[in-house]
Write a protein that binds this ligand. Sequence first.
Ligand code: KIV
Ligand code: ZN
Length: 529
Amino acid sequence: MKAIPDQNRVLIFDTTLRDGEQSPGISLNAQEKLEIAQQLARLAVDVLEAGFPITSPGDFEAVREIARNVEGPVICALARTAAGDIDRAWQAVSDAARPRIHTFIATSDIHIRHKLRTTRESVLGQARAAVAHARSYTDDVEFSPEDGFRSDREFLAEVIAAAIEEGATTINVPDTVGYATPEEYGAMFTELYELVPALREVTVSVHCHDDLGLAVANSLAGLRAGCRQVECAVNGIGERAGNASLEEIVMVLRTRAPYLGLATDVDTAEIARTSRLVSRLTGYAVQPNKAIVGRNAFAHESGIHQDGVLKERGTYEIMDATTVGLEANSIVLGKHSGRHALARALAELGFEVKGETLNAAFRRFKEIADKKRHVTALDLEALMTDELREAASGYQLEWFEVEASSRRPPHATVGILRPDGAIVKGSFTGDGPVDAIFRAINAATGRDARLREFRVDAVTGGQDALGETSVVLELGGSDRVSGSGQGVSTDILEAAGRAYVRALSNALRRREMVGGKPVADREPEAVGS
Ligand code: KIV
Ligand code: ZN
């Protein structure tokens, strides 16, 4: 294959931790965000949008931790045009080796009139002031005209030209509501390049939402029109129907490189693992037939296809599963493996653990190895993510007992370790064993949480597979707030209990962060820029 010239390198701007984290029900804590950010660095994304620091002290802290600890990508923070937002974004990212401030304001008439309740003139002034202010901190400033695709083209061009004049180095034109078709989105950039010649001096970026299922196609159309940064999220998570999916964009560019002539620096072998981590920590399952990372993405079911692939892979396969790291389910350890073998296997998987964390991981490993003949890389990955999550959880499930029979309703008793170190007990007779455990946890913690979603998956195939559960719950009262949590164990009831206490801890943390207000009321859009 011919070498791809530098001007055809596409920058991957990952927004899993910002736009992705705005998906309903997702509530990552700082430790979880850091873990995802570290994996994104291993994936070698170019820019990592770590969060929106003004929205909460928790988001601010998470962005700052990522800026301080994650090496490799540019670390970016989002800010509205208000000076206070930009100050806060800068405080959060300034410790990064390569910090970026990303500021935005809506430019479509519908947003200006109804959301911002202001005028085009004021938006233009705010955009100018914001970029200038951000430039006073750093020379890496991105500007986005929100709802750019639905904006009046002449006005959009005027705002973009002003942002470049003030020193913006990246201009991102989003299809905020996922309304565009590929032809229109590509044509918009062709027109903008004509209206604003200075666009050729900066990086131009695409940012597409998937409301009509066109986010990846639209992003590609933008790249074909000359843009060289693409904003995307792992597993396509994001507001409403989500963002363009990172893995799909990267693999289209790679698989069709001879046709497209574009390339990224992403280490594709890290894709599957990144997808699993994001799914596990957000609680957002990946559909089995999802392109690139779905369980069936490389499976051939029909006899005709299997026959074809056996004779020549290329008959039905356009990509190799190993390219995206899907071969990771090799057997690595067994019942007799010791602490050193575990530490070595974990290090190979990217977890450098020692001391008490290694002891805890070893205890969990032994529990699993007693029940499961072979412990695979996927099992270890699930176990470690679970262990790290445990350390970050406010409440912890210490023990549980469930009495269940076909003649009596199930009765559960749980022991919960509170953040202050005390163990509290609670009991409940429920409709089923899982219901009994959840309500016993409510009783022990004195919380009135309501279950909203509950899901059980298997980490690997086979009868002895580890179970992975996911819970979304809501805390009642005038300050309703939701939280999600996940748990892993060979025992489904234990995995469910772990997931529930973590969801509860996350919801309480979220309630604290937003000062008792429902999260929706803190959406930045509610505060005019
Ligand atoms: O969709 C959107 O417009 C955004 C901006 C903040 C870039 O997420
Ligand atoms: Zn967006």
